[in-house]
Design a protein around this ligand. Structure first.
Ligand SMILES: Nc1ncnc2c1ncn2[C@@H]1O[C@H](C[S@+](CC[C@H]([NH3+])C(=O)[O-])CC(=O)[O-])[C@@H](O)[C@H]1O
Ligand SMILES: O=C(O)C(=O)Cc1ccccc1
Length: 245
């Protein structure tokens, strides 16, 4: 079991930008489960989606894999198929090291290749599934279209992009309500006001969120034939975008 996340529990003289360093790695499963409404449901549903969209003898990518929770779920779904190769990528070395250790603890016939790399540098080819589970929000906004275009180009016909993101609502009133509901979720999971406000300051500069409209415009511009939300909890949404056959 991972340790409890107490990273922002004491008042800091100044809150630095959030980084996926070795301290975050230690508490990451606790942090993400207590911070992201719907996270457990998304991970639990990935095997079903992987089984549905995986194609034999193709590559499956988990971009921004952290400790490999989505990687493991994808692998479970791919077990019904032949010849899948899974590539898990993260640009935090402590995350990749721990992900590799974590996956070594589970048996499977499907190999997982781990790469410590910026997802913007990852070549995508012969892909049936590409996962961006709460990763695009950390990529600079000006680079997001190019990343989604690259993913589209590397997907086979019928392939899917599974993407989850924290999202902004275009109506400021609705946005504020969703943010308050999220903060209530964090309070209910034991985070204090200090932890909530210091974490908010830490992610402000490094996690820039888009609206659902911006995401869907980007998928359309890239060429995806179909796109939709399959789960939303407050301001956290899981989407899928499918390349035409
Ligand atoms: N440019 C980048 N290149 C590579 N990795 C990156 C980049 N930017 C951020 N990351 C990595 O993306 C991950 C985002 S966490 C994903 C959860 C996981 N998907 C999960 O399903 O458990 C989401 C969150 O913490 O909100 C971190 O591990 C970063 O190091
Ligand atoms: O904690 C938050 O408020 C979030 O928006 C989610 C999150 C989860 C883990 C790392 C960074 C952001």
């Amino acid at each position: 079991m991972s340790q409890q996340d107490t990273i922002y529990s004491k008042a800091l003289p100044s809150v630095g930008d959030f980084r996926f360093d070795e301290h975050v790695v230690e508490v990451f499963p606790d942090m993400i489960n207590r911070s992201v409404p719907g996270y457990a449901t998304i991970i639990q549903t990935l095997p079903q989606l992987a089984e549905r969209y995986s194609q034999d003898n193709t590559n499956v990518y988990d971009l921004g894999c952290s400790l490999g929770a989505a990687t493991l779920a994808l692998r479970k779904g791919c077990e019904k198929h032949q010849g899948n190769h899974i590539i898990a990528v993260d640009n935090s070395q402590p995350m990749i090291d721990r992900a590799q250790l974590h996956l070594n603890g589970f048996k499977s016939d499907i190999a997982v290749e781990f790469n410590c790399q910026d997802v913007q540098q990852t070549p995508i080819d012969n892909a049936s599934i590409v996962v961006l589970n709460f990763t695009l929000q950390f990529v600079p906004k000006e680079d997001r279209n190019a990343l989604i275009d690259k993913i589209y180009s590397g997907l086979n016909p019928g392939g899917v992009l599974l993407i989850a993101e924290k999202v902004a609502h275009p109506d400021a009133h609705i946005h504020d309500t969703l943010v308050d509901l999220h903060h209530d979720f964090k309070r209910a999971n034991g985070y204090s006001e200090l932890e909530i406000s210091q974490k908010r300051a830490a992610i402000e500069n490094v996690m820039k969120i888009d609206t659902l409209d911006t995401h869907f415009a980007r998928f359309k511009q890239a060429g995806f034939a179909h796109a939709g939300v399959w789960l939303q909890c407050f301001n956290f949404a899981a989407m899928l975008a499918v390349k035409g056959e």
